[in-house]
Design a protein around this ligand. Structure first.
Ligand SMILES: Cc1cc2nc3c(=O)[nH]c(=O)nc-3n(C[C@H](O)[C@H](O)[C@H](O)COP(=O)(O)OP(=O)(O)OC[C@H]3O[C@@H](n4cnc5c(N)ncnc54)[C@H](O)[C@@H]3O)c2cc1C
Length: 498
């Protein structure tokens, strides 16, 4: 009989969740292999080069950069961060403009309060309340020590003590959408600002928690871009003896006598393993890798109700410019409406990346724009024949460029198109459901999806990845890899301390 520790764990997907699962499994003494369909690690946490410029795909904020938090320990264990890490010198969450006016959500909450009240004295009371509740939201820290089903009474008591004021946030903002919340403000710019960063159907508390994370220094951007972070994790995994197989598409998880026994690859090979951890998108998992009959009921209900459980993506364009007004700034612009399919958009953001040398070439820096896309927009892109898809993308990129030149006259004449991409890019590259960046949006109409990682009717299969816990994102992905290994250890009656 095999020694339990040297049993083999097979991981499907080399994104943040897969790399995390691999590293924690190596720590626990397992033999591991990761199978990844692409040629590089990182999944959605990557970047790519165009015309010699680096385009960053992912990290606008990385929750867990504050030392002393449970999540920081996880990022450190997987080699993504270390105590000497340098972060982007950015002192604000973002700015919003409307009708020639501009406001900024500074990391310094007092500064924000003063600026917003100066803009709209008649909203003073609501602004003060907003700032007070963002302050409370700093207490909402991502629990990353162990999966919640393993929590004991003491864990709940500790959480209660550390989050004394956070229930007030949930009571006030837990069941209204950002759109509804924005209407409490009278000034149109403040209304826009509240709905700019996250989709307006999101529960309002998510926005407060996001801003609090930035304001608390717990959501910084590591210097060196997203791909570099994934490469650091890959190095850590390989240094620990892990094996990663690229350009290897997994076709099926083999299930025999109600137990996962390995994976079948698209090239026909079968790889046997004692445990299988899929970290891919759950739509792909339950529609290709295993039968839909194993899909948990709540996940089924979510896919069937896209209004309550939307998935969001973006239409993005990157440019190189020779001067940039404020490096690292993200600004949401009001613009002449732009049509994508049947929908018209009058807001988009522009982020300048010149804060990091990675994005600078011969004095020119990268700027990126994004127009938020939903399930409906995905359907539009999907309906286009190949050639029309290409021409529509190019035409829209030109229109975006025109709007940028209008908003920032200093770019006119020195702006160079680098690349444009759509929800279909994420579908093609990562098999992402509707090209989604994260998991389902948390709306007041839907319940948060929380999968326990095991499936009824299949032993030795532990699901990880951002879709196991909505709304997903990097913290969920990295913690889910760790949790999958802790679940295996628990089953083996070994210590879950890692
Ligand atoms: C534009 C953008 C901006 C973002 N910004 C942020 C941010 O600022 N902060 C934040 O927290 N999150 C952000 N996210 C979300 C974050 O990138 C994801 O939550 C995270 O990377 C998901 O990791 P994952 O490992 O769960 O999934 P994935 O990254 O999707 O990894 C799954 C992997 O499985 C592979 N795979 C799929 N099918 C197969 C198969 N059949 N065989 C083998 N391999 C397969 C894929 O290629 C992929 O590498 C952003 C995402 C995007 C797209």
């Amino acid at each position: 009989m095999k020694n339990k520790a040297t049993e083999k764990v097979i991981i499907i997907g080399g994104g943040i969740a897969g790399l995390s699962a691999g590293i924690y499994a190596q720590l626990a003494g397992f033999e591991t292999e990761i199978y990844e369909k692409n040629a590089i690690p990182g999944g959605e946490c990557i970047g790519w080069n165009r015309k010699g410029f680096h385009i960053d795909n992912c990290i606008h904020w990385l929750t867990g950069t504050k030392k002393g938090t449970e999540l920081y320990d996880v990022w450190k264990t997987v080699g993504a961060l270390d105590d000497d890490m340098e972060y982007a010198p950015i002192n604000a969450f973002y700015s919003s403009t409307y009708n020639g006016q501009k406001v900024t959500l500074w990391n310094d909450l007092e500064r924000t309060k003063e600026e917003l009240i100066a803009l709209s004295p008649e909203d003073e009371e609501e602004i003060k309340k907003f700032i007070e509740y963002v302050e409370y939201s700093k207490q909402c820290l991502f629990p990353a020590k162990k999966p919640m089903e393993m929590w004991g009474v003491k864990d709940y008591i500790d959480m209660g003590k550390n989050m004394m004021d956070f229930p007030k946030v949930m009571k006030e903002f837990g069941s209204i959408s950002l759109e509804e919340y924005s209407k409490r403000f009278k000034h149109p710019l403040l209304q826009h600002m509240m709905c700019d960063y996250l989709p307006k159907s999101y529960c309002a508390y998510s926005f407060l928690v996001s801003y609090a994370t930035m304001a608390d220094g717990n959501g910084n951007i590591p210097m060196g871009a997203s791909l570099q972070m994934s490469l650091r994790m890959e190095k850590k995994y390989k240094d620990m003896g892990g094996r990663i197989c690229y350009n290897t598409d997994v076709r099926k998880i083999r299930i025999e006598k109600k137990k996962a026994t390995g994976i079948e690859l698209e090239d026909g090979r079968f790889i046997a393993g004692d445990y299988v951890i899929p970290t891919v998108d759950t739509y792909l998992l339950f529609h290709k890798l295993i039968s839909e009959k194993y899909m948990p009921k709540e996940l089924h209900a979510a896919y069937d109700a896209p209004k309550a459980y939307p998935a969001t993506s973006g239409f993005q364009v990157a440019f190189a410019v020779s001067t940039s007004p404020s490096e690292g700034e993200t600004v949401f612009l009001d613009m002449d409406p732009l049509s994508v399919g049947n929908r018209r958009f009058d807001r988009m953001y522009v982020k300048s990346y010149g804060y990091d040398d990675v994005f600078i070439k011969e004095g020119r820096t990268v700027i990126q724009t994004c127009i938020t896309q939903t399930d409906e927009d995905y359907e539009f892109w999907k309906s286009l024949p190949e050639e029309e898809y290409r021409t529509t993308k190019a035409q829209l990129a030109k229109e975006v460029q025109g709007r940028i030149e209008k908003a920032f006259p200093l770019y006119a004449g020195n702006i160079e198109f680098l690349d444009a991409w759509t929800p279909l890019t994420y579908e093609r590259y990562c098999n992402a459901y509707h090209g989604s960046y994260m998991s389902f949006v948390t709306t007041p109409m839907g319940k948060q999806i929380k999968m326990k990682g095991t499936l009824k009717g299949i032993k030795n299969l532990y699901v990880a990845g951002q879709w196991t816990n909505s709304p997903g994102g990097l913290p969920v992905a990295v913690a889910s890899g760790k949790f999958a290994i802790q679940r295996i250890l628990k089953k083996q009656r070994r210590s879950i301390e890692l």
